[in-house]
Design a protein around this ligand. Sequence first.
Ligand SMILES: [Zn+2]
Length: 326
Amino acid sequence: MSVSTSKYNEIIRLYDSKRLRIYHDKARIQQEVYSKVPRIKEIDDAISSLSVSTAKKLLLSKEASIHDLKEQIAALKSEKEALLHTYFPDSSLEPEYECIDCKDTGYIDNQRCHCFKRKIIEALYEQSNLKEILEKENFNTFNLRLYKSDTIDSATGLTPLANISHAIEAANDFINTFDAESKNLFIYGATGVGKTFLTNCIAKELMDNSNSVIYISAIKLFDILADNAFGRGSADISAQYDNIFNCDLLIIDDLGTETVNTFTSSQLFNCINERYLNHKSIIISTNLSLADIRETYSERVFSRITSNYTLLKIFGDDLRIKRALE
Ligand SMILES: [Zn+2]
């Protein structure tokens, strides 16, 4: 799991402020109780001084007097309980917690609470560039009916439906083994056959499992790499540059739509290679065929992709037209 440091610090600050609010709420409630029933304050003061005495006796191993002190504390506690019950029968006397499970500390038994994990996932969505689209494009909205089962692709011998079903299986395998292995996907095919939709499905599943995902179009990717290489990097560019190399999954969409030159070619290899060496996954989606990749970029890029990527060719009708007609 990795959100940017600044985002992580923001979440930590959020929990600090929650804890502070709870602290003040508790103090306010205690004040209300004391002013209504002053005896309760006397009891609390007595309990804390007896507790100090108990601790001292413990150090001196005076078993008999410890027993006596413990009995006094227990008696005071039950007197306090009875008073609270009499004077505040219907009040909880607890602050209003946003998360009752961790009482807004973010931790349960030194483990992160689900509310803290949720905050991390929200942050992952924020930084992914995919927040809005994933509500519409995910496995629950994937429509297999858009793929034909009555035509056969001559190259593979498969119908578009059988082929996409195989691709979804491969996508699920990618998701299920994501934490254990660093795999990569190369998803290629004509415009509008559902490549980006499939990568969005994968992105959502992985982010919901607390992995950081960055979606970036090839055009934008090379802009950021160039800005960084030529020293035009603002703080924002530098954060985006870090994300490209450090996120758990990088999705490069529409590879080949950028202006290709020797710079982009070498930057693409650096990016692919560095992530490969750091065991970090990439999904590339592109209209280019493998032959195009070899011709457009370099032998090194071609070789990395063919040896380290699962190749998924998607074919079928242009779904954008089909969806519009539905
Ligand atoms: Zn919680």
